[in-house]
Design a protein around this ligand. Structure first.
Ligand SMILES: [Fe+2]
Ligand SMILES: [Fe+2]
Length: 155
């Protein structure tokens, strides 16, 4: 594989969507992808790689499920589109993970897997999950600084 890979994906505060649990999940997903990529480029054993891949799939499903629950709790208006995107992402990650497992992680998969996972995760978080932050920001911006929030009746 080539030696000129881009820097490994890294979480930083600009990735925060403002809900602690979701941010923690995203950090964990980034670490899992780093671990997987590290294992691929150092040609770790197939069983080890298979274990990481399966953990990544399980954690991804768990994360998407929780994220959807949280979005529902907040009354997010794009929930259905977001669920569909999650569904497609799971399908795609299953495909690439199947390929990794079939090849035993020893073939020339590193570049493709890296690019796929980086795009798969980073694009989704930074574009789609980030729309939820915009939703929260808009929701929490008072239109009138003296607006009543107590639910009192207007005369
Ligand atoms: Fe997410
Ligand atoms: Fe998401």
């Amino acid at each position: 594989m080539t030696k000129d890979l881009p820097p490994i994906i890294a979480w930083d505060n600009s990735w925060s969507i403002g809900v602690e649990e979701i941010d923690e999940h995203h950090q964990k997903l980034v670490s899992m992808i780093q671990l997987l990529f590290g294992a691929l480029i150092t040609a770790q054993g197939a069983d080890y790689i298979k274990g990481i891949v399966n953990d990544l799939i399980d954690y991804t499903k768990y994360h998407f499920h929780r994220e959807e629950e949280i979005f529902e709790e907040y009354g997010y208006d794009r929930i259905e589109e977001h669920k569909q995107l999650h569904h497609e992402l799971v399908e795609r990650v299953l495909e690439i993970c199947k390929l990794i497992i079939e090849k035993g992680g020893t073939e020339d998969l590193g570049d493709d897997v890296y690019r796929f996972l980086k795009t798969w995760l980073a694009d989704h978080i930074l574009e789609e999950d980030m729309r939820f932050k915009e939703f929260l920001d808009q929701r929490d911006t008072p239109k009138d600084t003296h607006a009543a929030s107590s639910g009192e009746c207007h005369s």
